[in-house]
Write a protein that binds this ligand. Structure first.
Ligand SMILES: *[C@@H]1O[C@H](CO)[C@@H](O)[C@H](O)[C@H]1NC(C)=O
Ligand SMILES: *[C@@H]1O[C@H](CO)[C@@H](O)[C@H](O)[C@H]1NC(C)=O
Ligand SMILES: *[C@@H]1O[C@H](CO)[C@@H](O)[C@H](O)[C@H]1NC(C)=O
Ligand SMILES: *[C@@H]1O[C@H](CO)[C@@H](O)[C@H](O)[C@H]1NC(C)=O
Ligand SMILES: *[C@@H]1O[C@H](CO)[C@@H](O)[C@H](O)[C@H]1NC(C)=O
Ligand SMILES: *[C@@H]1O[C@H](CO)[C@@H](O)[C@H](O)[C@H]1NC(C)=O
Length: 445
């Protein structure tokens, strides 16, 4: 019963507090404590006392243009309450509602007893390539905007901040038309940059974060492919001035960081939490959050692709929920659905040609409550698809199936279903006139 869910607010939530246990469900619709969609894209996190503050981009208007830097608070990383907006548009400035404000990051400056926010500040065509800075007396602000400019006169687009143990802080940024990646120290006020300590020429990195583990600096960053995902990488050095190692993968390259891009990397015990965005470029406000444990135990950071997991912040550990797997090819097929064979599929097989008259029904054991079910799917033609999911002949829900990148790359998406105690039949692909993705297996949690 560990992961049986009793919803606090009754809303469909990917971050769900359960009797004494709280779970993180990457890729689900995450809602705040008021039941509204959580708008914290391009996240930055700062912990003050025992409270975590999540600042991010409000993209509820489904546009890249600046609406607000939102601020949410939590003590468990699961239940988030929206506070006042940290930064809102100011007409006739670089942070007007016709400009771009992305990837807000906040650090505390103890010299001035002040919170300092840095963000990517740009015009709507990303042509200005500047950083912006704003300050406040409290973590959520509201912040007072200071300025936007090109650091040391050069481009800055995707950026992050890193504050070292000695209080020195650094801007991490894609510079020189996104070709060169730079790490530049901030002044004592954190208002401006001073000296570039590292420059990775031709690295084409963006979406950076740094975590320091056992005296080693780990830079996590994506490469540049717009809103589309790519295999994010890690680099290590014993000094911020380098030398930086060559890049290593944090996940199998083919899964393109499980369709996500790094936004922030939060230390957790001797490991970290990777906090990424699964951008949905045609519906930006529906972009979801892919948070996974970042496991350093092998010596290099590796994403743990957990469908359902929880953190113990006291112990600095995480645990991954276990569920029961049911192979799609083991289900009962209907209409034009067919069995597909490929070594990347669990059991070597999946069910294809779902939708357009094809469906598959899988018999699973339920607990008589609302349960998470993960759909493992592949999509050879590299497009977004979707599938109907119907329990025991009930009305279907639609589940989005993000672009896997093609081939037989398998990704998973979660859906919350109400299952009877004992046997249930879950049908996929019935009653839809478009093709769903190929279904490899499902896991019932
Ligand atoms: C940052 O410092 C440079 C000098 O290195 C100066 O030209 C620039 O005006 C400063 N920018 C801000 C916003 O203070
Ligand atoms: C960094 O690499 C350069 C070029 O390979 C080398 O000359 C330099 O000694 C290295 N520095 C350190 C601190 O290892
Ligand atoms: C979290 O870890 C602490 C310290 O190890 C332990 O006492 C506590 O029982 C753990 N909490 C849960 C819910 O497992
Ligand atoms: C496959 O189906 C059989 C019988 O229908 C069932 O016993 C078994 O658990 C199923 N296995 C998987 C992995 O779905
Ligand atoms: C499902 O995907 C198709 C495109 O394949 C789209 O036309 C349709 O609107 C989607 N349906 C839902 C409910 O998202
Ligand atoms: C199976 O196919 C038949 C004939 O195409 C159709 O009438 C029936 O509704 C389908 N059943 C499911 C579960 O899709």
């Amino acid at each position: 019963m560990l992961f049986s869910l009793s919803l606090i607010s009754g809303v469909l939530a990917g971050l769900t507090a359960v009797r004494g246990q709280s779970v993180i469900v990457p890729g689900a619709l995450w809602t705040d404590t008021s039941g509204n969609s959580l708008q914290g894209h391009g996240a930055g996190i700062i912990k003050v006392g025992s409270t975590y503050y999540w600042l991010g981009e409000d993209k509820s208007h489904n546009s890249a243009l600046f609406k607000a830097v939102s601020c949410y608070t939590s003590t468990d990383l699961v239940s988030w309450s929206r506070q006042n907006d940290a930064l809102t548009p100011i007409d006739n400035t670089m942070i007007s509602s016709s400009n771009i404000v992305e990837r807000p990051k906040v650090i505390f400056n103890s010299k001035n007893n002040e919170y300092v926010m840095w963000f990517h500040s740009d015009t709507s065509n990303y042509g200005a390539a500047e950083v912006g800075v704003a300050t406040a007396q409290t973590p959520c602000g509201p912040y007072t905007y200071k300025a936007s400019w090109k650091p040391l006169g050069a481009d800055s687009r995707d950026e992050g901040l890193f504050q070292d143990d000695d209080g020195n802080a650094y801007l991490l940024y894609a510079s020189d038309n996104n070709q060169n990646f730079k790490i530049t120290q901030l002044d004592a006020d954190y208002y401006n940059v001073t000296t570039t300590v590292s420059q990775l020429n031709g690295a084409t990195l963006e979406a950076p974060g740094i975590v320091k583990r056992d005296g080693v600096y780990w830079l996590i960053a994506s490469h540049t492919s717009g809103w589309d995902p790519n295999p994010n990488k890690a680099f290590q050095a014993t000094s911020l001035s380098g030398n930086w190692s060559s890049q290593v993968d944090i996940a199998p390259e083919s899964v393109r960081t499980y369709y996500s891009q790094n936004a922030y990397d939060l230390p957790l015990g001797s490991n970290a939490i990777y906090m990424g965005d699964r951008w949905r470029s045609d519906l930006l406000g529906s972009s979801s959050y892919i948070w996974y444990p970042l496991d350093f135990s092998s010596g290099t950071p590796t994403l743990v692709a957990a469908d359902i997991w929880s953190v113990n912040l006291t112990a600095g550990t995480w645990s991954v929920a276990s569920g029961t797997a049911y192979e799609a090819e083991n289900g009962s097929r209907n209409g034009s659905s067919t069995i597909l064979s490929d070594s990347s599929f669990s059991g070597g097989e999946a069910v294809g040609f779902l939708g357009n008259g094809g469906s598959v029904s899988i018999t699973v054991q339920g607990k008589g409550t609302t349960q998470w079910v993960s759909l493992y799917y592949a999509n050879a033609d590299a497009t977004w698809r979707n599938t109907t999911v119907s329990v025991n002949g009930g009305s279907p829900v639609w589940v989005e199936q993000p672009n896997t990148g093609g081939g037989s790359v398998v990704l998973s998406v979660p859906v919350q279903l109400t299952l009877n105690s004992g046997s249930n039949t879950i049908t996929f692909g019935a009653g839809q006139s478009n093709y769903a993705a190929d279904l490899d297996k499902i896991i019932v949690y």
